[in-house]
Design a protein around this ligand. Structure first.
Ligand code: HEC
Length: 436
């Protein structure tokens, strides 16, 4: 474990979530775009249409620049921020899925080599070979998604892994197939929006209209199938995740998820009828609208994991809350409740290991940093600010707040308070002091 990474106003997990959401656009684009390219390239050969082929070339050229620059930067950003925000969880994931990641990286290598080879061999190899290169890229990059979805869904529904500790018991869990379907279909809406933007820069009105019409159909189909997959996914969620979802889903978040989807459907439908209506600024705006939706769905996915990083095993604050006999790991809560969280956490300044009258507020702040700051900021503004939340409940004295802290575990989305009685009192005293 590292020292706590406190990000004022946002939390460390918030930084990670932002980077991860930005990663979705280029990563899903790189998985989906080649399918559209292959379709158009086939069509160009069949109908002997060099201008269509010229579009495919431009489209994949832009893909190479956009997806591989932003995708790589944000991809590495996820690893950096995750290792600083939740090193223990990342370590747990690596211990379980190192071969999963190794597999994914092999296919990622094929993907990166594939896009360069495909792009730079237009007109240099024969048509069949070029199409084959496209297929290698398309299947290679889809395989990265097939692997990553197993690890991502494991972090929400680890399934039988909790009992057996087996790689595939966690990988093929109850939300694996619906989430793979959701990403595999939703990605075509991203590829389509991007194709519309690239086409809108073309001077050749006929090709532009044709490409936009085709892209709009792919976009509409992607949105419809992704919506169906979403309901499949929601039905597959375990009871606890659904309770958290219900408790935390605000009307704003629901709107953020569905209004952009409706707007995008209307946009694609309009483009089916009037393909030349898509100017470059409008098509960029459409990508931003789609982004709002992706952001909201990802936020919802993050919310339903609470109070865990690895459900049934490790809480969001990285405390191991349950036994995992299959891996020989035991819950830490009993020992921490008896000896104190400040003794166990590795980066506590020496003077704070024991709560005293003199260090009470400082020790309380340390407890809040360790146990609460993964989800709450300690600053007055920002993500679920603790001063505001405590004040809103009307607590003004240490004893009643301390009694309330006993009930944290009964919220579906919060871990219980863990630590000794003096530590709880110190936390309560600190919270009262910042909420005045
Ligand atoms: C796993 C994430 C998580 C952790 C860790 C966490 N909380 Fe929360 N907490 C939430 C969420 C989510 C809410 C509800 C949404 C909101 O208030 O915006 C919440 C709400 C609250 C509220 C308001 C409750 C109400 O009924 O209005 C208080 C008070 C609170 N938390 C205190 C704490 C304290 C103190 C800690 C540390 C001991 C803590 N939380 C740790 C996620 C967390």
């Amino acid at each position: 474990m590292y020292p706590v990474w406190e990000v004022p106003g946002l939390t460390a997990g918030g930084v990670l979530a932002l980077i991860a959401t930005f990663h979705i656009l280029p990563s899903h684009l790189s998985v989906s775009a080649m399918w559209l390219s292959l379709y158009l390239e086939n069509k160009a050969y069949r109908e002997e249409r060099p201008e269509l082929l010229a579009f495919v070339r431009k489209y994949t050229g832009m893909l190479l620049v956009f997806a591989y620059v932003f995708g790589s930067i944000t991809g590495v950003g996820i690893w950096f921020s995750a290792s600083a925000a939740a090193p223990r969880a990342l370590s747990g994931l690596i211990h379980n899925y190192v071969w999963g990641w190794a597999t994914e990286w092999c296919f990622f290598l094929i993907e990166v080599a594939g896009i360069f080879t495909y792009y730079y061999t237009f007109d240099k190899v024969d048509r069949r070979t070029h199409l084959k290169l496209g297929w290698i890229f398309a299947l290679g990059s889809w395989t990265t998604m097939i692997v990553i979805v197993g690890i991502l869904t494991f972090m929400l529904t680890p399934g039988r892994w909790l009992v057996t500790g087996g790689f595939f018991d966690g990988f093929f869990n109850q939300t694996y197939w619906p989430q793979l379907a959701l990403r595999t279909t939703g990605m075509f809406a991203i590829a389509a929006s991007y194709a519309v933007a690239v086409a809108s820069r073309s001077d050749d009105a006929k090709t532009r209209a044709e490409v936009v019409r085709i892209a709009a159909a792919w976009g509409l189909a992607g949105l419809a199938l992704a919506t169906a997959s979403f309901f499949w996914y929601r039905a597959a969620l375990p009871e606890a995740a659904r309770a958290t979802f219900e408790a935390l889903l605000t009307p704003g978040l629901v709107k953020g998820m569905w209004v952009p989807i409706a707007l995008m459907a209307a946009w694609f439908a309009l483009l089916r009828v009037r393909p030349l209506a898509a100017g470059f600024p409008a098509s960029l705006l459409a990508i931003c609208v789609l982004f709002v939706s992706i952001f909201s769905f990802e936020r919802a996915r993050e919310l339903i994991r609470k109070p865990y990083l690895m459900p049934g095993f490790m809480y969001s604050n990285q405390i191991i809350g349950h036994d995992l006999p299959a891996k020989g790991v035991g819950s830490e809560t009993a020992a921490m409740n008896e000896k104190g969280i400040l003794r166990f956490a590795p980066f506590v300044p020496n003077g704070l290991r024991e709560v005293t009258d003199a260090n009470r507020l400082e020790a309380g702040r340390m407890v809040a940093l360790i146990e609460c700051s993964s989800c709450h900021t300690l600053s007055p503004k920002g993500l679920r600010p603790l001063p505001q939340r405590v004040a809103a409940l009307g607590f003004t004295d240490v004893d009643s707040l301390s009694a309330f802290l006993d009930s944290l575990g009964s919220y579906p989305y919060m871990p219980p308070f863990i630590g000794t009685e003096p530590e709880k009192q110190a936390l309560a005293a600190y919270l009262i002091s910042i909420s005045k």
